[in-house]
Ligand binder design. Structure first.
Ligand code: GLY
Length: 413
């Protein structure tokens, strides 16, 4: 069996390790991959476009492709692979707009009565400024396109809001993704990530996860791709699960079926809990990173079987078994991330590190591990409680060293 995984972060390394754990006779390919994936599979290079990747997959008789990163989805990789008659896990281009186009996603939520914060859409700066002048509460300003995860601004006063608007709509700091914007009611609360698998008929949620998005402790500083994660999310109580299913998951499924936006892939619900109600902030059409690194070590079911069953028989019920444990993932990064940082630093302690851990931005050079990106390594602890998992993760963190190593100290607190 040959499986191609698209992406080069800790999430892709975690998917690959889980698949090999389930069935060791797989030949894994990664694009672009990283130093970790080069040990468990083959990193392919020189295949830059999604069309090139399709040709590679066809020529090499890849059985299944799993899309990790949204970049490929928004370039239409699924449509291209399907045209080649290849099996691929991920949404086609139109469904990927649920992640790639916020106005499309919000309109979908509104049409199907999915609970989401109130919002208004603006296509011109002057109208947006006029609207802002009447606002006294905190708001979120979002670019229509996802702008590499950088297009969301929280404004607590008029000045902050006007600055954000100028940067997006006048200075065009986020290019075309800021041609249209959403101004959304700001909800204070606890964020939850629910990642699920969609087989074109049902949406089956994974365990709940909590992502730590800001670069500094106490959720301060700039937004990042994620500095850590815990599973399960302690705020996702039984009553919130019921609320989520009724007001978000079920109407989402109804909308996907009616709009014919069905696909085989992952759907990630970015939620916020406030006053005992859960709201949908956004959809992603892939597994989260670093949520994947905290989720896969707890998955008891055979992930390969789940994926294969989707292609075999979409009427077959999918159930996923999980270990009754908790996990905590701490992201080790290069100081300065998500802005400027230095790479090329020698990493020590990795070769004797206890599993699970996942490589993100590190490569192998002449038997040495070298940093190569902002997020470098994901260290995971598993325990009977989040506190125990957290302790195990941070004990392992102490074993790793490199110049300019930076990590949050409050993951799982
Ligand atoms: N951790 C958030 C994301 O993957 O988008």
């Amino acid at each position: 069996m040959k499986i191609l995984i698209l992406g080069g972060g800790g999430r892709e390394h975690a998917i690959g390790k889980k698949l090999l754990e389930d069935y060791h006779l797989i030949q894994l390919y990664f694009y672009p991959g990283n130093g970790g994936t080069s040990i468990i599979g083959i990193n392919i290079d020189n295949h830059h476009t999604v069309l090139d990747l399709g040709i590679f997959a066809k020529k090499n008789a890849i059985d299944i492709t799993i899309v990790g990163s949204e970049i490929f989805l928004l370039e239409g990789v699924v449509d291209i692979f399907q045209n080649f008659g290849l099996k691929i896990i991920g949404p086609h281009y139109l469904a990927a707009k649920l992640e790639g186009n916020r106005i499309f996603a919000k309109s979908f939520m509104k049409k199907y009565g999915i609970r989401t914060p109130k919002y208004d859409i603006f296509y011109c700066y002057e109208k947006a400024i006029d609207f802002l002048k009447k606002k006294t509460n905190s708001i979120a300003i979002k670019t229509n396109g996802i702008a590499s995860g950088k297009g969301v601004f929280l404004a607590h006063n008029q000045n902050e809001a006007e600055n954000a608007l100028k940067n997006i709509m006048i200075k065009k700091k986020f290019g075309k993704s800021g041609n249209q914007i959403i101004i959304e009611e700001f909800l204070q609360g606890k964020e939850v990530s629910i990642i699920s698998i969609f087989n074109g008929k049902n949406i089956i949620p994974f365990l709940s996860a909590k992502d730590y998005k800001k670069v500094e402790d106490d959720e301060k500083g700039l937004n990042t791709g994620g500095m850590g994660a815990v599973v399960p999310n302690p705020y996702m109580t039984n009553s919130i699960w019921i609320d989520f299913k009724k007001n978000i998951l079920e109407p989402t499924l109804e909308g996907l079926l009616i709009e014919k936006l069905t696909f085989f892939g992952f759907l990630y619900f970015g939620l916020i809990i406030t006053s005992n109600k859960v709201y949908l902030l956004e959809y992603n059409t892939r597994i989260g990173d670093p949520e994947a690194q905290a989720l896969f070590p707890l998955m008891k079911s055979n992930f390969l079987n789940i994926i294969q069953s989707i292609f075999k028989d979409k009427d077959k019920e999918i159930s996923i078994d999980w270990k009754k444990l908790c996990s905590c993932c701490v992201v080790l990064s290069s100081r300065g991330y998500p802005e400027k940082y230095e790479s090329g630093k020698i990493i020590t302690g990795l070769n004797s590190l206890e599993e699970p851990f996942y490589i993100a931005g590190a490569k192998r050079e002449r038997e040495k591990w070298i940093t190569s990106s902002g997020r470098v390594i994901n260290i995971v602890g598993i325990g009977n409680s989040i506190q125990e998992a957290r302790k195990k993760a941070y004990d392992k963190v102490k074993k790793i060293q490199f110049d300019n190593l930076y990590f949050r100290k409050d993951i799982g607190l």
